[in-house]
Design a protein. Structure first.
Length: 210
């Protein structure tokens, strides 16, 4: 099985991607352990986080994790992420050069789209998993609506995903969900409240596995 297929299968099984943004590098290993203790093992380290590449390298050394880079806006950022060990590349936007680069290097691209036209463009250029962003304002119904004409596509809602609406996103047909700062929370990290992060991770995993 290819690396792309392996990562896709892992995301389908785990169903929750924790988006790690704005944390201090010294707190990274503790946050990651707290997430793992709660059952979250798929992580997106955003490139606008200080020391993002170093955190990706650290995380890749931990057994049982699937680690990607997020907020990847350019092909150069994708290259840096790949060199740091990222197993998938997430973007908030649709950049066909980034998709092409990822596919050429056998790494999973997850471009960000919002409209049906962007969705089909991403899909037709080889993106197997596509991020719907921002999803919070349109909610689970939008995922269901998109999957009417685009039945079978793998959609990842991100932005505004909460414990309360995660199950609804999954029932609407989402492949998985991406969860931001509520989960890998910088304030909780600063307070060293790892137990709360673990508790939140457990609640998201429970909600996603309906």
């Amino acid at each position: 099985m290819s690396n792309l297929a392996n990562v896709l299968n892992t995301i389908e099984k785990t169903k929750v991607i924790s988006i790690i943004r704005g944390i201090e590098e010294k707190d990274a290993s503790s946050i990651i352990k707290a997430l793992q203790d709660g059952g979250v093992t798929t992580l997106e380290i955003t490139m606008n986080t200080p020391s993002a590449l170093s955190i990706i390298e650290q995380a890749r050394k931990i057994e049982g994790l699937t680690v990607g880079a997020g907020t990847v806006l350019t092909q150069e950022m994708a290259k840096q992420s790949l060199e740091a060990g990222a197993q998938f590349i997430l973007s908030p936007n649709l950049d066909l050069d980034v998709i092409s680069f990822c596919l050429a290097n056998k790494i999973l691209p997850i471009p960000g789209v919002f409209s049906p036209t962007e969705l089909y463009t991403a899909y037709s250029h080889g993106a197997e998993l596509i991020k719907i962003f921002p999803a919070g304002g349109v909610g689970p119904q939008y995922i269901k609506d998109l999957l009417g004409p685009f039945n079978g596509m793998k959609l990842l809602p991100v932005g505004g995903v909460t414990v309360e609406n995660t199950a609804d996103f999954m029932r609407a047909g989402a492949y998985a969900v991406g969860v931001g700062s509520y989960l890998a929370n910088p304030a909780l990290a600063k307070a060293k409240d790892w137990a709360e992060i673990t508790g939140r991770a457990k609640r998201f995993i429970e909600a996603a596995n309906i």
